[in-house]
Design a protein around this ligand. Structure first.
Ligand code: ATP
Ligand code: MG
Length: 693
C-alpha cells in the first residue's frame, strides 16, 4: 500500500518502514501544517515556528476531551487526555507522566505549556472566587521563564534549567495542588554572556520597569552593566521587556508571591547588576585590590544598599580572604583578577539561590492554596486519592564545539531518560510478551547501562572521580584527566582523543561528545566562600539573609564538601524513581531547521534528531509488536457488546475475547495468559465498531 498523499497520521501505518519513508511522511504532513504525528503511542511534534490558527483554542480542547486516542488527528491534547483518563480508571488509577524531549528550540516548553493548559481545562473548577490552583499552575510559567530563560543562538527563549511539573488531582478529577521541581540552572550565564546571546530575561525586564523602580534601584540602560554588555544583544525582536516586566509582576501576584517578596526579589536582581560593575584595580599593598574609581565605588555602595549589608564588609568580602593556619588567622588580600573572580562567584551564588527560592516558593504557594482549599472543602474529599500527572521539560542532548561540565550533566540526564525510554518501550514490551507467553521474535536494542556506569558508578565513575579530585587541594584538570585516562583505558564508551591531553570523549547513545575538562573542577565545587556567607547571612533584609541560612555544623570533611555533580545525580535518581512509578507518555519535539523559520524542513538534521530520540527504534518495535493490550475482563467489559453471544452462560474469558475479535474480522492479534494483545490501530477499529452499536 502506498502512503496516501498528505501522509499517514501514525507511522506504524506505513507499510514500508525505512528512514526515507518516515522522513517523507513527516515532510508531507509538515507541508500541510500537520505538525503532529504518532508513532504508536509516541507523539512526534515538529516545531512550526509560527502560530498556527485554531489548533490550541477552546473549541479544539472541547473536541479532544474524552475522545478515544487515535480517533482525532494527533495532538498534544490527545496525549494529555489519555494521561487524564488513565488517572480516572479504577484499575489503572496510577500516576501518569508526560516526558517531553528534544533539542534546544525544538518546542519542549511550548508543548509543556499546551499540556498544562489542557490539563487545567480538564481539571479546572467553575468557582471563580479568588485565584484558582489551575490559574496558578499556568501563571507559574511566565515567572519561571523570566528567571530561568534567556536568548541563546539556538532559541530566543531558551530554558536554562530543567523542570518537572506535578499536577495533583482529587478523586473528582479536579486539580487540587501542584509542585514544580527545577534542575540545574546554568549559573555561568549570570556573569558571562557570549554575543549575540543574552543574560536571563529578568535583568532586561527590570531595566525596562516603570521609572519609579528605575530610580529606586538606580538602574539604567542594559548597555551600562558589565553582566549585560558583554553581548551587543539587548533587545529581542517582537518582545517588549517593559510589557513583560508588568506581566511577570502580575504572574507573581497570581502565583502568590507577596508584594514585599517581589520587591526583595527585584532588589536582589538589581544588586547583581551593580555588583558586576564593581571593577578592581591594584591597591597599595602588593597583590591587593580596591574599587577602581568613583564609579566602581558608587556601584559598591549601591550593591550594599540593595542587599542591605555593610559596604565595608562587602568590599572586604570581595577583596580579601581569611586564611586559617594552625598558628593564626590572617586576612590575605586578593589581586584585582582574583577579586573579580570572587565577585562573579558571589553573583552566581546569589542568583542561583534566588532562582531556587523562587521555585521552592512557587511550590509552597500552590500547596498552601491546596491546604486552604482542603480545609474549605473538607467534606467529601478523600485525602488518600492522590493522583498525579507529571510533565517533564528538560534539556535535550547537546554536542557543541566545546562541551563543558554543563553539557556533561545535560547528556547524563539524557542517558538516564533514554534508559527509561528503552526500558519502557523495549524491555517492558519483551518482558511482558515473555510473561504472557506469546510469540515474539526478540528485537535487539542497544542498552546504555554501560555509559551510565561510566558516569555515575560509585565508586569509580566519572562523577565520583571528579568529586575526589575536587576534595584534593593539589588537583588540576590535568591530574583529573590523567586519572580518567588510566581508569577507563579499556572502557568501550570512553575515548582519549589523540590530539589533546585534557579532553575526553564519551560515546553516548546519541553519538560521541568530546568534553573539555578545564573547568570541570571549578564548576563542580558547590561551596559558598565563608566570607560571602557571613556577609549576606547578616543582611538586614530578611529575604536576603534567608537565602543564606547558616550552613549545617560540619561533622566530617567529606560531608562538608558538596558537589554539583553528585547533587544533580541524586536529584536525577529521585526524578527517575518518580517516573518509574508512573505510566509514561512520550512526546518527541523536533526542530526542523536551525534558522528558526517556518516551512523549512532539513532532512539530515531531522533524521539525526529522530535517531537521538530513539524514534526510529521505537517505530521498528511498535510495528513489530502489539502496542495495545488489555486484561481479558477489561476487554470484555469494553467490547463484549460487539458479540453478546460469546458471553452467554458460563463462558471462558479467553475464548470470549478470541470470539469477539474473530467476529469483527481482526487478524494478527495474540491472546496471552491474562491479556489480549492488539496490533497498532486495532483498538481504534474496535472502538469505532463499538460506536456503531
Ligand atoms: P530550549 O531547550 O532551548 O528551552 P525548547 O525546546 O523549550 O528549547 P521552545 O522554547 O518551546 O523550545 O520553542 C522555541 C520557539 O519555537 C518558541 O519560542 C516559539 O517561537 C516556537 N514554537 C515552538 N513550538 C511552537 C508551536 N507549537 N507553535 C508555534 N510556535 C512554536
Ligand atoms: Mg525550553
Amino acid at each position: 500500500m502506498e502512503a496516501p498523499a498528505g501522509g499517514v497520521d501514525d507511522m506504524t501505518k506505513l507499510s514500508y518502514l525505512h528512514e526515507p519513508g518516515v522522513l517523507e511522511n513527516l515532510k508531507s504532513r509538515y507541508e500541510l501544517n500537520e505538525i503532529y504525528t504518532y508513532t504508536g503511542n509516541i507523539l512526534i511534534a515538529i516545531n512550526p515556528f509560527q502560530r498556527l490558527p485554531h489548533i490550541y483554542d477552546g473549541h479544539m480542547m472541547q473536541q479532544y476531551k474524552g475522545a478515544p486516542f487515535g480517533e482525532l488527528s494527533p495532538h498534544v491534547f490527545a496525549v494529555a487526555d489519555v494521561a487524564y483518563r488513565n488517572r480516572a480508571m479504577v484499575n489503572e488509577g496510577k500516576s501518569n507522566s508526560i516526558l517531553v524531549s528534544g533539542e534546544s528550540g525544538a518546542g519542549k516548553t511550548e508543548t509543556t505549556k499546551m499540556l498544562m493548559r489542557y490539563l487545567a481545562y480538564l481539571g479546572g473548577r467553575a468557582a471563580t472566587e479568588g485565584r484558582t490552583v489551575e490559574q496558578q499552575v499556568l501563571e507559574s510559567n511566565p515567572v519561571l521563564e523570566a528567571f530561568g530563560n534567556a536568548k541563546t543562538v539556538r532559541n530566543n527563549n531558551s530554558s536554562r534549567f530543567g523542570k518537572f511539573v506535578e499536577i495533583q488531582f482529587d478523586k473528582h478529577g479536579r486539580i487540587s495542588g501542584a509542585a514544580i521541581r527545577t534542575y540545574l540552572l546554568e549559573r555561568s550565564r549570570v556573569c558571562q554572556v557570549n554575543d549575540p546571546e543574552r543574560n536571563y530575561h529578568c535583568f532586561y525586564l527590570l531595566c525596562a520597569a516603570p521609572q519609579e523602580e528605575i530610580e529606586k534601584y538606580k538602574l539604567d540602560h542594559p548597555k551600562t552593566f558589565h553582566y549585560l554588555n558583554q553581548s551587543k544583544c539587548f533587545e529581542l525582536v517582537g518582545v517588549s521587556d517593559a510589557h513583560d516586566y508588568l506581566a511577570t509582576r502580575r504572574a507573581m501576584d497570581i502565583v502568590g508571591i507577596s508584594a514585599k517578596e517581589q520587591e526583595a526579589i527585584f532588589r536582589v536582581v538589581a544588586a547583581i547588576l551593580h555588583l558586576g560593575n564593581i571593577v578592581f584595580t591594584k591597591g597599595k599593598e602588593v597583590d591587593s585590590s580596591v574599587p577602581k574609581d568613583e564609579k566602581a565605588k558608587f556601584h559598591l555602595k549601591t550593591t550594599a544598599e540593595l542587599l542591605m549589608c555593610d559596604a565595608v564588609a562587602l568590599e572586604d568580602a570581595l577583596c580579601k580572604r581569611v586564611m586559617i593556619t594552625p598558628e593564626e588567622v590572617i586576612k590575605r588580600s586578593l589581586d584585582p583578577q582574583s577579586a573579580a573572580i570572587s565577585r562573579d562567584g558571589l553573583a552566581k551564588t546569589i542568583y542561583s539561590r534566588l532562582f531556587d527560592w523562587n521555585f521552592v516558593m512557587l511550590h509552597l504557594c500552590m500547596n498552601l492554596y491546596r491546604l486552604v482549599d482542603k480545609i474549605n472543602n473538607s467534606i467529601g474529599q478523600d485525602p488518600t486519592s492522590k493522583c498525579l500527572i507529571g510533565v517533564l521539560d528538560i534539556y535535550g542532548f547537546e554536542s557543541f564545539k566545546t562541551n563543558s561540565f554543563e553539557q556533561f550533566c545535560i547528556n547524563f540526564t539524557n542517558e538516564k531518560l533514554q534508559q527509561h525510554f528503552n526500558q519502557h518501550v523495549f524491555k517492558m514490551e519483551q518482558e511482558e510478551y515473555t510473561k504472557e507467553q506469546i510469540n515474539w521474535s526478540y528485537i535487539e536494542f542497544v542498552d546504555n547501562q554501560d555509559v551510565l556506569d561510566l558516569i555515575e558508578k560509585k565508586p569509580g565513575g566519572i562523577i565520583a572521580l571528579l568529586d575526589e579530585a575536587c576534595m584534593f587541594p593539589k588537583s588540576t584538570h590535568e591530574t583529573f584527566s590523567n586519572k580518567l585516562y588510566q581508569t577507563f583505558k579499556s572502557h568501550k564508551r570512553f575515548i582519549k582523543p589523540k590530539l589533546s591531553r585534557t579532553d575526553f570523549t564519551i560515546s553516548h547513545y546519541a553519538g560521541e561528545v568530546q568534553y573539555q575538562s578545564d573547568q570541570f573542577l571549578d564548576k563542580n565545587k558547590d561551596y559558598v566562600v565563608a566570607e560571602h556567607q557571613e556577609l549576606l547571612g547578616a543582611s538586614k533584609c530578611q529575604f536576603v539573609a534567608g537565602l543564606f541560612p547558616p550552613p549545617p555544623e560540619e561533622t566530617s570533611k567529606s560531608s562538608k564538601f558538596s558537589s554539583i555533580g553528585s547533587r544533580f545525580k541524586l536529584q536525577l535518581q529521585s526524578l527517575m524513581e518518580t517516573l518509574n512509578s508512573t505510566e509514561p507518555h512520550y512526546i518527541r519535539c523536533v526542530k526542523p531547521n536551525n534558522l528558526l523559520k517556518p516551512a523549512i524542513f532539513e532532512n539530515v538534521n531531522i533524521m539525526q534528531q529522530l535517531r537521538c530520540g530513539g524514534v526510529l527504534e521505537a517505530i521498528r518495535i511498535s510495528c513489530a509488536g502489539y502496542p495495545t493490550r488489555r486484561a481479558f475482563f477489561e476487554f470484555i467489559n469494553r467490547f463484549g457488546l460487539l458479540a453478546p453471544e460469546a458471553l452467554e452462560g458460563n463462558y471462558d474469558e479467553k475464548v470470549a475475547c478470541q470470539r469477539i475479535m474473530e467476529k469483527k474480522g481482526l487478524k494478527g492479534f495474540q491472546i496471552g495468559k491474562t491479556k489480549v494483545f492488539l496490533r497498532a490501530g486495532q483498538m481504534a477499529e474496535l472502538d469505532a465498531r463499538r460506536a456503531e452499536v
